[in-house]
Design a protein around this ligand. Structure first.
Ligand code: CO8
Length: 258
């Protein structure tokens, strides 16, 4: 039985890490299953938004599976780190936004999955951190890079050097998460946000994801040049004509994804 559950409704694909007895720790099989699910989303023209969450009340994910890592030789560790990087890169490369619904602990590789998401909704009870230092390792699924980008060098170093998790309100304050809600609201809030995005003009939403990603791919001037190209492409869509006509006619737009 897969440890990643997939549910589809109204253009929203919800992926649930499902190993609650191990706090949704990421073993190689779970990462591979997540990779398979993401490949299916990438090939699904009807998918508009992805929500990633963890089963149970306690954890989004407590990180890479320590029991699985315990027996790994350096070469296995290298392969495991590459698998984690491949999956987080897949998440960023998806044409549609990914929302993390952090329903509890997001530690180590668990936080690194959330960092590869476009937006993060967290439970008031969530705890987030990079505790790898206390295992004698460092973040290995892209955390050192994405965390620095998200919260800045000093705050990222504080989390990585000390390994001490922070509470949701502190995570909100430093920009590590985007919204904090009561525990029983986290999944509903993520679904509502997903529904809001799923109702947007699909091609414009995809262009917005690609163009904002370009901000980190080269120098700012190259990012701005990319924005001009992506912006111009939206002008070639029927949805652009519909969006502007609807505004002028004072009626809601009807998106066709063309
Ligand atoms: N891996 C495997 N099993 C885990 C993990 C984990 N990361 N976290 C929890 N579990 C298991 C526990 O072993 C326990 O299993 P069992 O019931 O069979 O004993 C079960 O989940 C419940 O956990 P606890 O009893 O420990 O629950 P507590 O509420 O007492 O504690 C904690 C919760 C504080 C979260 C505690 O479980 C903990 O410290 N977990 C480890 C957190 C951690 O260090 N995460 C980072 C892992 S390293 C990592 O993610 C690196 C990513 C990059 C790897 C690159 C590859 C080379």
């Amino acid at each position: 039985m897969s440890t990643v559950q997939v549910a589809r409704a109204d253009g929203i694909v919800t992926l649930t890490l499902d190993r609650p007895q191990a706090l949704n720790a990421l073993d190689p099989a779970t990462l591979a299953a997540l990779g398979d699910a993401l490949r299916a989303v990438a090939a699904d023209a009807a998918a508009r938004v992805v929500v990633l969450t963890g089963a149970g009340e306690k954890a989004f994910s407590a990180g890479a599976d320590i029991a699985a890592m315990g027996g790994m030789a350096p070469g296995d560790g290298h392969a495991f780190a590459r698998l984690g990087h491949a999956v987080t890169a897949q998440m960023e490369a998806l044409p549609v936004p990914v929302i993390a619904a952090v329903n509890g602990l997001a530690l180590g590789g668990g936080l690194e999955l959330a960092l590869a998401c476009d937006l993060v909704v967290a439970s008031e009870r969530a705890k987030l951190g990079q505790p790898e230092i206390d295992l004698g390792i460092i973040p290995g699924f892209g955390g050192t890079q994405r965390l620095v980008r998200r919260v800045g060098l000093a705050k990222a170093r504080d989390l990585v050097y000390r390994g001490t998790p922070i509470a949701a309100d502190e995570a909100l304050r430093i920009g590590l998460v985007d919204r904090v809600v009561p525990p029983d609201r986290v999944r509903a809030e993520a679904q509502a946000l997903a529904a809001e995005l799923a109702a947007k003009a699909p091609l414009a939403l995809r262009a917005a994801k690609r163009a904002t990603a370009a901000a980190f791919e080269g120098d700012p001037a190259a990012g701005c040049r990319y924005e001009v190209e992506a912006f111009a492409l939206t002008f070639a869509t029927e949805d652009r004509a519909e969006g502007m006509a609807a505004f002028l006619a004072k009626r809601p737009p009807v998106w066709k994804g063309r």
